[in-house]
Design a protein around this ligand. Structure first.
Ligand SMILES: [Zn+2]
Length: 497
């Protein structure tokens, strides 16, 4: 064979698509595939997917079954698909608070504190009172405001308002840290310029919380604390001046507290569904894909024609996308693991995602990125790609380059970030995991507002031909390509954290 012929053959080979490359392409996600899942999850038989109902049982069985059929393995403890999430729905009924200093009772109006428990009746007698600054425990920054303090059985007072420091833990996280140290009650100190009426009104409403919250929580104004401390011979203002520094340590106040609290309590357990696609690399790192499975259940009073909030767009659509993306990833496993998390109780405050952040199935530090899928069926093909949670490098660049490779334009505004606290990714962002939501749904604000002021959270969010799935399918292809990149250590290296 002549050299020229060899050269010509080599050139021809370069022009022909290699068979391997064809096999390496992922099958496009189709609207039909998504609709099948949405029709099932949003059918009346699933009763609107309320946590701890027959609707939950059907929903989590469907998701785990669909993942299993596609070759995804279980990802929760004990090789289970389900991570139990213990929850409390509660409403404060009444409370009484007494304070004393050196055995002397101090006059106090119980209306000047809010208290709510986790049991129907709770009593705290003569508990030492500790001022714990912000309740800040941050091993990464080497800060532990609780170090050296004995908080067991104590009533801990912590500042609600956080300094404007990026990554400063949320109040819920700080409250949890203080409770973990053994406090019987964690009371948030609110600034005097916050309307006390508004605090009382907010506290009177029923809410749903993780059962891992402190046994008793509440709120009190700073001025009220200052008066109590002064009558015990102390000076709260000087303590406040020390509180912001990392060197601040929790200090016992010369006070004891007694509380009696009655709370209406309903305890129940729901479940996150956790799947795992084992990567080929075994490096212990993973990409987390999540979306909430729960919705509002029976949301209209008896007697109304349609009582079920089916949650087709919110968020059967996101779960449909999760299932289809997972199936494609399994066919050609990425190097890093991929965790698939279908969360419960997003609708009552991102609680399933918060539980995962508190009790992760893998160390949070090993998750290189998290991508949330919520309300993804709003738009048609060709929308720009919006990112909720922009501003994280090299994640931004990975998203932009993947979108460009698929011929998608980026939405370079920050309009989508208006929703950052209203989606499960926020629970992970708060815990230090780089988390984003990516796609066309949050680029077309007119279409999104139409949905939010229309079918959203009502019985009309139902499966049907009106739901646009072209855009969701197009986003699905983008997400498969993006996750392949994020799950490849040669193509995506997260910054150390
Ligand atoms: Zn919702």
């Amino acid at each position: 064979m002549s050299r020229r012929l060899i050269a010509a053959l080599a050139a021809a080979c370069l022009l022909m698509p290699a068979p391997a490359a064809a096999a390496r392409r992922d099958a496009p996600v189709t609207p039909r595939q998504l609709m099948r899942h949405i029709e099932m999850l949003a059918s009346d038989g699933f009763e609107g997917r309320a946590p701890a109902t027959e609707g939950e049982r059907r929903t989590i069985a469907y998701i785990s079954d669909q993942l299993r059929r596609r070759g995804v393995g279980p990802g929760a403890a004990g090789a289970s698909w389900y991570q139990p999430v213990d929850l409390i729905e509660r409403r404060p009924l009444s409370h009484e608070a007494r304070w004393s200093a050196g055995g002397r009772a101090l006059a106090f109006d119980s209306e000047r504190i809010t208290l709510v428990g986790t049991q129907p009746v709770q009593r705290i007698d003569d508990a030492p009172v500790v001022f714990a600054g912000h309740g800040l425990v941050d091993p990464v920054r080497g800060v532990d405001q609780l170090a050296g303090a004995d908080l067991r059985g104590a009533v801990a007072l912590i500042l609600v308002e956080a300094p404007d420091v990026p990554g400063f833990p949320s109040y819920a996280d700080r409250e949890r840290a203080v409770a973990r140290a053994g406090a019987a009650a964690v009371i948030g100190i609110v600034a005097d310029d916050v309307s006390w009426d508004a605090v009382v009104r907010a506290a009177a409403a029923s809410d749903t919380v993780l059962a891992s919250r402190p046994p008793v929580s509440g709120a009190i104004q700073a001025g009220e604390v200052a008066r109590l401390v002064a009558r015990a011979g102390g000076d709260f203002a000087s303590l406040l001046n020390e509180q912001s520094g990392p060197a601040f340590r929790a200090v016992p106040l010369n006070l004891t507290a007694g509380f009696e609290i009655a709370t209406e309590v309903r305890r129940y357990t729901s479940n996150n569904v956790v799947g795992r696609i084992a990567g080929t690399g075994g490096g212990g790192e993973s990409v987390l894909l999540l979306g909430h499975w729960d919705h509002l259940g029976l949301c209209r009073p008896e007697g109304e024609a349609d009582r079920i909030c089916n949650g087709a767009v919110d968020n059967a659509s996101g779960i449909a996308l999760l299932i289809e993306i997972a199936g494609r990833l399994v066919r050609r496993r990425p190097v890093r693991d991929v965790i698939i998390l279908a969360t419960t109780s997003e609708e009552v405050g991102l609680l399933g995602a918060e539980h995962f952040a508190v009790e992760p199935t893998v160390p949070l530090s090993s998750i290189v990125a998290a991508v949330n899928f919520d309300t993804v069926a709003i738009h048609g093909r060709g929308e720009p790609v919006a990112v909720i949670g922009r501003g994280l490098e090299p994640l931004d660049r990975a998203i932009a380059e993947t979108a460009a490779a698929l011929g998608r334009r980026m939405d370079t505004t920050y309009a989508a970030d208006a929703f950052i606290r209203r989606q499960d990714g926020w629970a992970l962002t708060r815990a230090g995991v780089p988390a984003v939501m990516v796609g066309g749904s949050f680029a077309n604000m007119d279409a999104l507002q139409d949905f939010l002021s229309g079918a959203y959270h009502g019985p009309d969010d139902e499966a049907g031909p009106d739901i646009p799935l072209d855009g969701a399918a197009e986003d699905g292809d983008l997400m498969v390509a993006l996750v392949r990149r994020l799950a490849d250590p040669a193509r995506y290296r997260p910054p150390p954290r």
